[in-house]
Design a protein around this ligand. Structure first.
Ligand code: AMP
Length: 629
């Protein structure tokens, strides 16, 4: 079928279109109503239908593909590989679900999962889905403060953590971070279930309080736990993402709409059919990991390849060796990962037989043309850039090779995915921008199935964050974009204070708060500055308190330590400049954009609101002098 016809139907006849897509999944009770958009910007898909993500991901496939490989979890860190058929995965998930039930976890309870990219993370997620508990996976690279914020907001009954993760051969103990987070969290004190990988033999004082997963698993292996049939719009999971405030938002996903979006997109966007292999290099802690390491491939009856490790460790051929070994058809990664590989010998791309590979999908940050050209030529397969957000849960702008491959245009992720009423509008007037003109990327409600339902326990924040920028009601992506005459959209970067480091979204406010936690700091401004490898990196400008007596170098080291300890090394500032004043408007707002422009040797823009011109000179001098650490 032609893409244009398919897309047009999704927009003009959304109910019949999505009713048809809904047949891709199993419904315990069929929906009574396909779409209820009576209370915009909220909308409910497949109202009255009951279903279950775990049933669709596992039980439904047992009769036809019980012995097929469902999950291969490969760790280049530990050297271990675990392969599970659908039947074996079903058994593990049932055992895990029985463990959850034995610990008193019930439908609607939250479970925070703080695990590396290992098979147990998949078991835990699916086990929660099975019993209707709401999982909230926290990326293992986040540190104690990030974890504490999420614990306080989600109020979990249970926290599932590993003893440790590994990165580049180095062990990263998780339990000290868990302890610091629990000490900081104000509202709840969840039980802690530990998946002990035997990586961190040093046990802590609290270890008697921990529940041991292996012991409980052994007790419950062989148990069958009945599926909880959830109404389509009940929450399935929360995934926290950074915004412009210091407090991350709990993006809340539904059940039925998400299952349908996964079933459709794995087939028509990612071109993966039952029995075929999908390899997403993402971590389960990100939106991509949820959708295309776990739910998408499994709901689609495919094989999911999960990878713990770095792209070029132990050598830059590791991913292509896996493609050869498992006959990977579709691969999903990030531009940063490809830029890491681009620094290595291109011969690694030719060393293994990757003839089963049909597509490489890249997302999370802008894909620069040299990187796209290099990997396209090296692998000899089309590279499909696709744009999405944690909020959307699946690509919003992409090509759909599983339906019809439209021409790839370097620099653009392509065309709107089904159901996305995409517009690029002028920021001031709200009118649609002409082709080639820059504007804000928006989606007219109702958002398609799979996108967020709301912000956890904060409908007002959902409305204020996304829908109050324009009238009439539009979902603002908070990204700048340009559309060409063929409808291809190019993303030009964020309109807010969010930065994108190696494809991961970080709020500058969160980093500023952490920097300011260093006692010597009076005030801090953080901006995202272009970086050849990571896309952007955080750069700090800070003023110091009088009378603390630290040198700028000591203060900078202290600030960096605070960020790494509180947020994790993912947010580690690349450069720190100590200055006497920060550029602000007369009303006291930090001029982050001007700071960012100066760091990139660009025009600092409109300075008419600048309070003290000396502050800008101060920044210029600091940049000339070089960072203080
Ligand atoms: P996250 O929610 O962490 O996935 O971050 C979403 C943000 O990443 C978007 O709002 C964009 O700023 C950026 N982004 C994601 N995919 C792309 C892409 N293909 N091209 C350019 N920017 C992207």
């Amino acid at each position: 079928m032609r893409y244009e016809d398919f897309y047009r139907r999704s927009i003009e006849q959304p109910e019949s279109f999505w009713a048809e897509q809904a047949r891709l999944i199993h419904w315990h009770t069929p929906p009574r109503q396909i779409l209820d958009a009576s209370q915009p910007p909220f909308r409910r898909w497949f109202v009255g239908g009951t279903t279950n993500l775990c049933y669709n991901a596992l039980d439904r496939h047992l009769a036809e593909r019980g012995e097929q490989l469902a999950l291969a979890a490969v760790s280049s860190e530990t050297g271990l590989t675990r392969e599970l058929s659908y039947r074996e995965l079903h058994r593990e998930v049932n055992a895990f679900a029985a463990v959850l039930v034995s610990l008193g976890v019930e439908r609607g309870d939250r479970v925070v999962i703080y695990l590396p990219n290992i098979a147990e993370a998949v078991f835990a997620m699916l086990a929660c889905a099975r019993i209707g508990a709401i999982h909230s996976v926290v990326f293992g690279g986040f540190a104690a403060h990030s974890l504490a914020l999420r614990i306080d907001d989600a109020e979990p009954k249970l926290l599932i953590a590993a003893d440790a993760g590994m990165r580049g051969g180095k062990t990263i103990p998780y339990l000290p971070l868990v302890e610091a987070a629990l000490a900081e969290a104000k509202l709840v004190s969840p039980q802690v279930l530990v998946v002990d990988r035997g990586l961190a033999p040093q046990r802590s004082a609290r270890s008697e309080r921990y529940l041991d997963y292996a012991t409980l698993r052994a007790r419950h292996l062989g148990d069958e736990v009945p599926v909880a049939w959830l109404e389509s719009n009940e929450p399935s999971y929360l995934l926290y993402t950074s915004g412009t405030t210091g407090k991350p938002k709990g993006i809340q996903r539904d059940v039925g709409g998400y299952a349908v979006a996964m079933a459709m997109s794995i087939r028509l966007i990612f071109d993966v059919a039952p029995g075929q292999v999908m390899f997403s290099t993402s971590d389960v802690g990100w939106a991509v990991g949820h959708s295309y390491n776990v739910y998408g491939p499994l709901i689609g009856g495919a094989t999911s390849l999960l990878y713990e490790g770095l792209p070029a460790h132990p050598d830059p051929g590791v991913w292509w060796r896996l493609c050869e070994r498992y006959g990977v058809r579709s691969m999903f990664s990030s531009p940063t990962a490809i830029r890491v590989l681009k620094k290595q010998d291109a011969a690694w791309l030719k060393k293994y037989d990757v003839s089963a590979l049909k597509w490489l999908f890249l997302a999370g940050e802008p894909l620069d043309e040299p990187t796209a050209q290099w990997i396209t030529a090296g692998l000899g397969v089309p590279v499909i850039d696709n744009y999405w957000q944690t909020e959307t849960g699946w690509p919003a702008i992409t090509l759909m090779p599983g339906l019809e491959l439209k021409p790839v245009k370097f620099g653009s992720p392509g065309l709107p995915a089904p159901g996305y009423r995409l517009k690029v509008i002028d920021e001031a007037s709200g009118d649609e921008a002409a082709p080639g003109e820059k504007g804000v990327l928006v989606f007219e409600p109702p958002l398609p199935p799979g996108c967020l339902s709301t912000v956890w326990r904060d409908d007002a924040r959902y409305v204020a964050s996304y829908f109050e920028h324009f009238k009439p009601l539009l979902y603002s992506s908070l990204d700048w974009a340009i559309r060409d005459a063929d409808g291809y959209t190019t993303i030009l970067g964020r309109t807010d204070d969010v930065i994108n480091v190696a494809g991961h979204r970080l709020g500058t406010r969160e980093i500023e708060e952490s920097v300011a936690a260093h006692p010597g700091v009076a005030e801090a401004a953080v901006v995202g500055v272009q970086d050849e490898l990571k896309g952007q990196v955080p750069v700090v400008f800070a003023t110091l308190r009088q009378g603390v007596g630290e040198t700028p170098g000591q203060a900078a080291a202290g600030m960096r330590r605070c960020v790494v300890e509180q947020l994790g090394s993912i947010a580690r500032p690349a450069r720190i400049y100590v200055v006497n004043a920060l550029p602000k408007t007369r009303s006291g707002k930090l001029l982050r954009r001007s700071l960012q422009a100066l760091c990139q040797q660009a025009d600092p823009g409109d300075l008419s609101t600048l309070d003290d011109p000396a502050a800008l000179d101060e920044v210029r001098r600091a940049l000339q002098r070089g960072p203080d650490d």
